[in-house]
Design a protein around this ligand. Sequence first.
Ligand SMILES: CC(C)(COP(=O)(O)OP(=O)(O)OC[C@H]1O[C@@H](n2cnc3c(N)ncnc32)[C@H](O)[C@@H]1OP(=O)(O)O)[C@@H](O)C(=O)NCCC(=O)NCCS
Length: 159
Amino acid sequence: MDAILIAPARRGDAPRIAAMSRRLVESGLEPCWTAERIERHRRHDDSLVLTARIAGSIGGVAIMRYGDDAAHLNLLAVEPVHQRRGVGRQLVAWLEETARVAGTFTIRLELRASNRTARDFYAALGYRPCGTVRGYYQGVEDALRYERDLAVRAATGTG
Ligand SMILES: CC(C)(COP(=O)(O)OP(=O)(O)OC[C@H]1O[C@@H](n2cnc3c(N)ncnc32)[C@H](O)[C@@H]1OP(=O)(O)O)[C@@H](O)C(=O)NCCC(=O)NCCS
């Protein structure tokens, strides 16, 4: 099995990441994760664009924005051929650790209400549903909000 290398995105990765988002996350929507927007996040001090490189190519990606009170997981996608190998879990663990080090203990995200896989994935990682936003995805679909309190893990040692 090929090794999984988790590392910040490199210059030139943005078009490939944008294509992954269109295909795996934004299907049926007007794409909003353009290569330009991803590149802005890659360069921004408050954001982290993280990749999982497998056999030399990008097999997974995650984008997190760090705020004072909470961090927001903006994007997460793993290529179907690499799913269920722990790539998503490793990407999120890396971002959570970065948040902890920065003293930010709340992680928030939205996901498409129809995305059963993502609901199962985030539940397995200790995230809890905390609301619904009607029509959040360009009026086409509702969003489910999920949240994780990293301090709870630190206090109980579970999760
Ligand atoms: C959601 C997604 C990122 C998960 O990535 P992944 O690398 O396959 O997930 P992992 O292998 O790290 O899974 C961790 C745990 O999540 C749960 N999980 C993941 N995929 C699941 C599925 N299809 N069905 C049920 N549970 C699942 C399991 O508990 C899994 O642990 P296990 O394999 O030991 O049982 C991936 O399916 C994906 O990219 N989907 C398309 C895009 C998307 O939905 N992005 C998230 C919303 S923005």
